[in-house]
Write a protein that binds this ligand. Structure first.
Ligand SMILES: NC(=O)c1ccc[n+]([C@@H]2O[C@H](COP(=O)([O-])OP(=O)(O)OC[C@H]3O[C@@H](n4cnc5c(N)ncnc54)[C@H](OP(=O)(O)O)[C@@H]3O)[C@@H](O)[C@H]2O)c1
Length: 256
């Protein structure tokens, strides 16, 4: 983010790989970025993040945070609070689309629907941002501009749903969107400098998209670096009037 010009403190969930890791890198490249809290569920296995932390010992903190566990948020918020009283950016990036080891895969038709997969998807894609809002609101409530953004997905849009399928992921992202919108309304009263938004990153070359990206048109599959640049630019451009909105990687609005 180019603005604000004051030192920026950011927290990113799902920072072990994919978009979360790229966003951490992109934030560290900003000269005015002061502290980056990179939260991931298994810091011991996040080798690229650990290497980054060694390169940036003054500015990068790795936090253990499984977004399905409320106690992890309590501890993470306490850890941040011991160092600073404010965050300017909270980015909910942790997400789940498939996990073959647990039999979780996007449904092509109703017969594929698996109750455990729906609950697993909701516990990461919906619960994570809701708990982040609950536990980081105080740190985002101050006299400077702040942004709380959740990586949603266009397939979570009900208005834009023309293809069907992917019941669990669509439903979990749609529920995440409702949490975002509802939080934005409450935040407008309680934290007037806070902008709350849902973001669609486009199709990005990560482990999440890998099984489904073979047919993506030429030029439409973004690298994680490209996507991080897009997303930071979108967040940079958000104003108070945009709070409660859903935006794509190019800043265009996405229907709910
Ligand atoms: N890639 C795309 O094309 C695309 C498109 C639309 C939306 N999105 C959204 O963008 C976000 C990032 O996706 P990605 O493509 O970067 O996926 P990814 O490479 O698969 O990364 C997913 C991240 O979420 C983390 N995660 C999963 N369960 C977690 C939990 N319980 N607690 C904490 N972290 C957890 C993973 O951690 P581990 O390393 O520990 O597994 C990983 O860091 C997701 O919310 C996704 O829905 C992606």
């Amino acid at each position: 983010m180019d603005s604000p010009a004051f030192p920026l403190n950011a927290l990113v969930t799902g920072a072990s790989q994919g978009l979360g890791l790229a966003l951490v890198r992109a934030l560290l490249a900003l000269p005015h970025c002061n502290l980056v809290y990179a939260a991931c569920r298994k810091p011991g296995s996040a080798t690229e993040l650990a290497a980054l932390a060694q390169q940036h010992p003054e500015r990068l903190r790795v936090l253990a945070l499984d977004v399905t566990r409320e106690q992890d948020f309590v501890i993470a918020a306490d850890t941040v609070r011991r160092e600073t009283d404010r965050l300017h950016l909270v980015l909910n990036v942790a997400g789940l689309l498939h996990d073959p080891a647990r039999g979780i895969k996007p449904e092509r038709r109703l017969e594929d629907f698996n109750p455990d997969a729906l609950l697993a998807s909701i516990s990461v894609n919906t619960l994570g941002p809701a708990l982040a809002a609950k536990h980081f609101l105080k740190l985002l409530t101050h006299d400077q501009r702040a942004v709380f953004a959740s990586l949603s997905a266009r397939v979570g849009s009900i208005g834009d749903n023309r293809l069907g399928g992917w019941y669990s992921y669509r439903a979990a992202k749609a529920a995440q969107n409702q949490i975002t919108r509802t939080f934005a309304i409450e935040a407008a009263r309680r934290a007037p400098n806070l902008i709350v938004a849902a973001l669609h990153p486009g199709t990005v070359d990560t482990a999440l998209s890998k099984p489904f990206s073979a047919n993506v048109a030429e030029g439409k599959l973004f690298s994680t670096e490209q996507s991080a640049t897009h997303l930071l630019a979108v967040m940079d451009g958000l104003s108070a009037a945009d709070t409660g909105g859903f935006f794509a990687w190019d800043g265009s609005p996405v229907p709910w």
